[in-house]
Design a protein around this ligand. Structure first.
Ligand code: F3S
Length: 416
């Protein structure tokens, strides 16, 4: 890769060993991916997580070493002019009654959050930064972790980011550059697979089903969605999250919605394939069936807000729960960014949800926290996909209405 003299100097240690390491991460990654240069990054969404409960098997020394690496990152300022936010973690920093919240983890995570803020990061602690102010413009170069947000940034906002891991996003935040490859370049943003939608998509979870289908087929490619009506923000959020779950997708095009794809022709750079894959009402049902594994009807966990809920979703949940009570033995989680919850507090939605027995969970989600459950009902295809492996629970993915019904009844009542 061609480096400027300043970049070479940083690599050689002119700004200290940690920034030299960061530069080495970016250069080695760029070399492997065929990048020819480092370019300025405008916006990052990094991940600074204290190891989660999975790491309990690790020695205290290993965890401490890892956390010291996070402290070291936060001893450096973020790059001037770069808008840097920080992603969700494995604990909640709120003082709410969640017995699985590990006090040692919380203490360390709070320390890292404080240091990150000092360093110039905005600790949004969410997997959906675009809901709480980090909304890059079309063409902005980003370095985002959280695959669902990556797909959203590329496909809905028209920003440009490859899929980042912890180290590369930290390095980009501190150095203000990223290796130029993949979907940062025009030639790699051309659609590779045409999906023609005839199914009636009625709600965000239906769009999640579409994303789950398209992601499986696309692999590392770029699916082009055609024939569907324009999604709402919540529907686009579900689509993008599911695309990144079943496949290694970095972006999709929705003809007429993606800023650079006003038409099918633009999505395929004038080379529209005649062959397409249909997404019908039958396919829609198959996708739901593919994430429904249950040996009984009793439900002990209902998880909403994956990716983190918008204020509109919280308002809808509150209106469905108003004056009702979640069944004994069911934990109803609504995951949200703390900034969104602050709005929900001010608007009275939190009180309604809590009065019904639900919990608004900030900074994380039950699956990331590895909160044990036997049978989960969730409105998120991503949550359903990962909960099976990470929590070992049976899962039922469903639209919001049946999720709320299951929470109130304590059992799966079927679709509406
Ligand atoms: Fe977010 Fe958890 Fe889903 S961190 S994207 S709510 S798996």
């Amino acid at each position: 890769m061609d480096l400027t003299s300043e970049q070479k100097a940083i690599l050689d240690g002119a700004q200290g060993p940690y920034l030299a390491t960061c530069m080495r991460w970016l250069v080695e990654w760029g070399d492997v991916m065929g990048a020819r240069r480092l370019i300025r990054v405008d916006n990052t969404h990094a991940l600074l997580p204290v190891p989660n409960l999975m790491a309990r098997g690790a020695s205290q020394e290993t965890i401490e070493q890892y956390v010291e690496g996070l402290r070291e990152a936060c001893r450096h300022r973020t790059a001037p002019g770069c808008y840097c936010t920080v992603h969700a973690t494995f604990v909640t920093l709120d003082q709410i009654d969640v017995k699985e919240n590990d006090p040692d983890q919380v203490r360390m995570q709070q320390e890292i959050a404080d240091m990150a803020a000092e360093a110039g990061f905005i600790p949004t602690f969410t997997c959906a930064p675009y809901l709480v102010g980090n909304v890059p413009l079309k063409g902005e170069i980003c370095a985002w972790t959280e695959s669902s947000a990556v797909v959203y940034a590329n496909s809905i906002l028209g920003a440009r980011t490859t899929r980042h891991g912890n180290e590369s996003a930290i390095a980009a935040s501190l150095l203000g550059v990223v290796p130029e490859f993949g979907v940062l370049l025009d030639e790699n943003r051309k659609g590779t697979l045409r999906i023609e939608v005839s199914a009636q998509l009625g709600c965000p979870t239906d769009w999640g089903a579409l994303g789950y289908f398209a992601g499986k087929l696309a692999g590392l490619g770029i699916p082009v969605i055609n024939g569907a009506r324009r999604p709402s923000q919540d529907e686009a959020k579900q689509l993008c999250a599911a695309l990144a779950t079943s496949g290694g997708v970095s972006m999709c095009h929705i003809a007429g919605v993606t800023p650079e794809a006003a038409t099918l022709d633009e999505a395929f750079y004038g080379d529209v394939p005649q062959q397409f894959i249909p997404f019908t009402d039958a396919t829609l049902r198959e996708m739901y069936d593919s994430l429904r594994h249950r040996t009984g009807d009793e439900v002990d966990s209902v998880i909403l807000g994956c990716p983190h809920a918008s204020i509109r979703e919280i308002a809808e949940i509150a209106s469905m729960l108003n004056g009702k009570r979640v069944s004994e033995g069911v934990r109803l989680w609504v995951n949200a960014a703390r900034a969104t919850k602050a709005g929900a507090d001010a608007m009275g939605y939190t009180r309604v949800i809590e009065s019904a027995g639900g919990t608004i969970l900030c900074d994380t989600c039950p699956t990331n926290m590895r909160i044990a459950a036997r049978r989960i009902v969730t409105s998120g295809f991503k949550q359903a996909h990962y909960a099976r492996g990470m929590v070992g629970a049976e899962v039922i993915v469903a639209r919001l209405g049946p999720c709320i019904q299951a929470a109130l009844a304590g059992r799966w009542m079927g679709d509406e």
